[in-house]
Write a protein that binds this ligand. Structure first.
Ligand SMILES: [Zn+2]
Length: 225
């Protein structure tokens, strides 16, 4: 069964972002997770391997993940992808307005999803997990025993919670939820911020102090909130 799953990690841009192509070797189709920085290069790269991108999945609305203006520069992302090929963009319901504002894509391009919803590529099911905290509609993607986590969880840290739209208490609950996933789950983060490109949750729990904070009170103390 697992022979069908295709999952490739592609590092893009000066902020060590990880873009992912996730899909089916049988159907030769992939979803692109957070396509940004070099969109035509990403599309060419998956097509060279015989895969066709059929949809885009958004972890959250920050421009280094989906394109837009950030720190005085314009980053390629979803709007450039839609110019290359029309496709649905899956974003959490609470992130949809932010995605539209940052990238200029329209509401009709978006498929708003809730936690527990699933999209299928061939026979590969991708489940959406709402993990607010870094942003209100941050989400992770669970595919068999892999978890693509965006900026919610890194191998040695978690996403910032001091930005507009961040919520430290929600981040704590989201991290508890991810810490409860099976130990053999393989974590694929949204940036290469050290600790390796991917790790099992068992390894991550050993390497990441943010996953080991026992109470919300201790978390608030650590976050200074
Ligand atoms: Zn972010």
């Amino acid at each position: 069964m697992d022979d069908e799953l295709f999952l490739e990690q592609i590092e893009c841009g000066p902020m060590q972002n990880f873009v992912y192509a996730v899909g089916s070797r049988a159907a030769r189709e992939v979803a692109l997770v957070d396509p940004a920085w070099n969109v035509s290069g990403i599309v060419d790269h998956v097509r060279e391997q015989g895969f066709e991108p059929v949809c885009a999945l958004v972890t959250h609305y920050h421009p280094d993940h989906i394109g837009g203006r950030m720190m005085g520069q314009t980053i390629e992302g979803l709007s450039e992808l839609l110019e290359l090929k029309g496709m649905k963009i899956y974003a959490n319901r609470h992130e949809a307005s932010g995605v539209q504002k940052v990238t200029g894509v329209s509401e009709s391009d978006l498929e708003m999803v809730d936690s527990g919803d699933v999209v299928k590529i061939g026979n590969v099911e991708i489940e959406f997990l709402h993990t607010p905290g870094h942003t209100p509609g941050s989400q992770c993607f669970r595919v068999r025993n892999s978890l693509v986590s965006g900026d919610t969880l890194f191998i040695q840290g978690c996403g910032r919670v001091d930005l507009p739209g961040s919520d430290p208490d929600e981040m704590y609950q989201s991290l508890r939820k991810l810490a409860a996933l099976p130990d053999e789950t393989v974590l694929y983060p949204g940036h290469d911020y050290g600790g390796g490109p991917h790790r099992t949750m068992a390894e991550t729990k050993r390497m990441n102090a943010y996953l080991r904070i026992p109470t919300l009170e201790m978390w608030r103390e650590l976050m200074g909130t």
